[in-house]
Design a protein around this ligand. Structure first.
Ligand code: B12
Ligand code: SF4
Ligand code: SF4
Length: 232
């Protein structure tokens, strides 16, 4: 039964637009702080379902910051299109599971699970020297979202070896502020990067993506330098 349901869910979410999906039993998350555990949002949770969307175009990564009085509703809080897409698929899947009598709940983006870790635990890839999830097919150029369900689904095998990073330093060299030097990610340095929050219109901005774009793993997509529109 878990295997059949797992295959069925896999077929559904890929049809609805997700590029990869993995299943992680909640027991894999016990080491995390309580507020970042899947059972925090749903005490009956048995399985975390992690969905991956390939970043096929930098436009998907645009954050909207319409003024609060513009009537734009949620857009005024700043949302990336990729997250809207993934969130939609998550809700659709949760509704589908519920229609079959199986409880499910979409995990909030923040605070929620550590999504990169959740993806590793759901067998979707490894953490690279760029501190991002690297998938075999798309490299690190992906975005993530998760939901939990009381269904027991067949656990995905965790990938233990990282075959890619050994002799590579492309992401370290590409980082404009040296935030990946010394073998660990420096959050404070990363936050100083001038490529974060580049305005491409009065209401839209892009975050730095250099450490993902430089990575040779997986299929390549246009980098954010392809977005030229600027308004002063
Ligand atoms: C807050 C946040 C930020 C902050 C702080 C980042 C940070 N890491 O501290 C800022 C704004 C700086 C930021 C920057 C970026 N972010 Co960000 N961010 C988040 C957010 C909301 C939470 C991340 C977090 O706090 N994690 C907890 C901390 C403790 O984790 P950490 O420092 O990264 O370290 C973990 C890993 O190294 C991991 N790890 C290492 N080795 C191993 C091995 C195993 C086996 C396991 C299980 C884990 C593991 O363990 C550490 C702790 O658990 C997530 C979404 C989410 N809800 O998860 C997106 C997220 C991580 N960000 C994402 C992206 C893409 C970016 C940027 C490229 C900017 C952009 N264009 O969006 C940069 C990349 C910076 C980098 N190289 O890491 C993506 C990552 C996609 C991917 N391929 O991995 C996420 C998942 C959002 C999404 N929409 O999918 N981010
Ligand atoms: S997001 Fe930009 S600044 Fe941050 S680590 Fe990656 S390349 Fe460096
Ligand atoms: S650019 Fe190279 S070192 Fe960096 S994450 Fe990709 S494979 Fe690993």
């Amino acid at each position: 039964m878990p295997k059949r349901l797992g295959n069925e869910l896999h077929r559904k979410v890929t049809k609805w637009g997700a590029d990869l999906v993995g299943f992680a039993p909640v027991a894999r998350f016990t080491k995390y702080p309580v507020e970042h555990q899947p059972v925090k949002d749903f005490s009956n949770a048995q399985t975390v379902i992690v969905l991956v969307l390939q970043m096929v175009d930098p436009l998907l990564d645009i954050w909207l910051n319409a003024p609060p009085d513009s009537g734009a509703g949620q857009m005024s809080t700043g949302r990336a299109f990729e997250d809207e897409i993934l969130q939609g698929i998550c809700y659709r899947l949760a509704l589908y599971l519920e229609s079959r009598g199986v409880g499910a709940k979409v995990i909030p983006y923040e605070p929620g699970l550590y999504l990169k870790d959740a993806a590793v635990l759901a067998g979707l890839g490894v953490i690279g020297k760029n501190n991002l999830l690297i998938t075999r097919k798309f490299g690190p150029r992906v975005r993530l979202r998760a939901l939990v369900t009381e269904a027991e689904l067949p656990p995905s095998d965790v990938i233990v070896d990282n075959p890619w990073c050994n002799n590579c330093e492309a992401c370290i060299q590409a980082c404009p502020v040296g935030a990946l030097e010394g073998g660990r990610y420096n959050r404070e340095l990363c936050l100083t990067c001038p490529l974060h929050r580049r305005k491409i219109s009065p209401y839209a901005e892009l975050w730095c993506n250099q450490c993902a774009n430089a990575c040779p793993v997986g299929s390549k997509v246009p980098g954010d330098e392809t977005i030229q529109l600027k308004t002063q």
